[in-house]
Write a protein that binds this ligand. Structure first.
Ligand code: NAD
Ligand code: ZN
Length: 375
């Protein structure tokens, strides 16, 4: 390995110094990768609602200063010792769920969790970022709002060399999450009736998953009607705005479907919507999947909902084992089986990250993709 690779890199990153404040473009120092680590030049990153959740809503007020961003794609800049499967120049997607391949979860086909996985922010001793003499935490172990980041090799997927990074970055979180929630977690069946609550990138990807699984009816639900045109592109057949009805949305869906939908997916992150999604399912066999993220409130439902045969489940990263799943999804995009371009409503630069955050807050985008470094 060239000695130059092992230098500290000074680069630009958007630092979240404290909760609910705009991100600040700063020069940060990125330490060299240690054993089993990979330093990645981030080329493009999406902005996901989970970044906003940490910044504005999360309980983890101590998770600052940090660099947000977990939906990125880039190129390996250098590798630490004992890394054998990656080389500088490889195109990669950093993963917020690891796949070590060795633990009891990785060895089980029943889950995509990994015992070594990182959630939320990495500890001060694990982060490789420093700014103005202070350790800056890595959000979800990835931190893609930075020109360079360092990730453990168990949390990096090597992808097809011809993949366009400004599109496949969306497979690092939102699109993989919603798509897999329909296919892997709900296991949507051909001919079924589905309801998707929330039509951001995650929900639209769930719509796409329902369609690719052969669902006959896909009812798309959002309080923002500007999302319906996009939902049609991904395969939605009907649209419901809860604001247009003065009765519970579950009742509206029961009336539309003769007793409830076969599958429902909550892609909002609201415990009230989670309950509605469950109650919208048909008794006997309806399956409802929690995809939206919140850890602020408990959820509630009447036990009869489950006693009567409904199933309530959750899905993290769409149930995909991350290192195995993401390269396959990239190939499916290249083979045109999975759409990505249609999710991108705004192309911006990393320096415009606060504008992208605002667009998501006001509901005026599906995904903004930020270009971070030139390829
Ligand atoms: P987004 O903000 O782009 O989309 C959310 C959508 O929900 C918006 O269109 C909004 O209008 C709609 N909405 C809000 N309240 C609603 C209501 N009461 N009824 C119906 N629709 C409503 O967000 P996103 O990036 O698509 O993320 C969606 C959720 O998924 C977030 O909670 C995010 O944290 C979560 N998420 C979970 C995982 C996971 O692994 N489980 C991964 C990524 C994101
Ligand atoms: Zn995300």
């Amino acid at each position: 390995m060239e000695i130059a690779w092992l230098c500290v890199i000074k680069c630009r990153a958007a630092v979240a110094w404290e909760p609910s404040k705009p991100l600040v473009m700063e020069e940060i120092e990125v330490a060299p990768p240690q054993a089993h680590e990979i330093r990645i030049k981030i080329v493009a990153t999406g902005v996901c609602h989970t970044d906003l959740y940490h910044l504005f809503e999360g309980k983890h007020k101590d998770g600052f200063p940090c660099v947000l961003g977990h939906e990125g794609a880039g190129i390996v800049e250098s590798v630490g010792s004992e890394v054998t499967k990656f080389n500088p120049g490889d195109k990669v997607i950093p993963l917020f769920i690891s796949q070590c391949g060795q633990c009891r979860f990785c060895k089980s086909p029943k889950t995509n969790l990994c015992e070594k996985g990182w959630y939320d922010v990495m500890s001060e001793s694990d982060t490789r970022f420093t700014c103005k003499g202070k350790k800056v935490l890595q959000f979800m172990g990835t931190s893609t709002f930075s020109e360079y980041t360092v990730v453990n090799e168990i949390a990096v997927a090597k992808i097809h060399p011809s993949a366009p990074l400004d599109k496949v970055c969306l497979l690092g979180c939102g699109v993989a999450t919603g798509y897999g929630a329909a296919l892997n977690t709900a296991k949507v069946e051909p001919g079924s009736t589905c309801a998707v609550f929330g039509l951001g990138a995650v929900g639209l990807a769930a719509v796409m998953g329902c369609k690719n699984a052969g669902a006959k009816r896909i009812i798309a639900i959002d309080i923002n009607p500007t999302k319906y045109e996009k939902a049609k592109v991904f395969g939605a057949t009907e649209f419901v705005n809860p604001k247009d009805h003065n009765k519970p949305i579950s009742q509206v869906l029961h009336e539309m479907t003769n007793g409830g939908v076969d599958f429902s997916l909550e892609c909002v992150g609201s415990v009230a919507v989670m309950r509605s999604a469950l109650e919208s399912c048909v008794k006997g066999w309806g399956v409802s999947v929690l995809v939206g993220w919140t850890d602020m409130d408990d959820f509630a439902a009447r036990p009869i909902q489950l006693i009567a045969g409904r199933t309530w489940k959750g899905s993290l990263f769409g149930g995909f084992k991350s290192k195995d799943g993401v390269p396959k999804l990239v190939n499916e995009y290249l083979e045109k089986k999975v759409k990505l371009d249609e999710f991108v409503t705004h192309n911006m630069t990393l320096a415009q990250v606060n504008d992208a955050i605002q667009l998501m807050q006001t509901g005026d985008c599906i995904r903004s993709v930020l270009s971070v470094a030139l390829q």
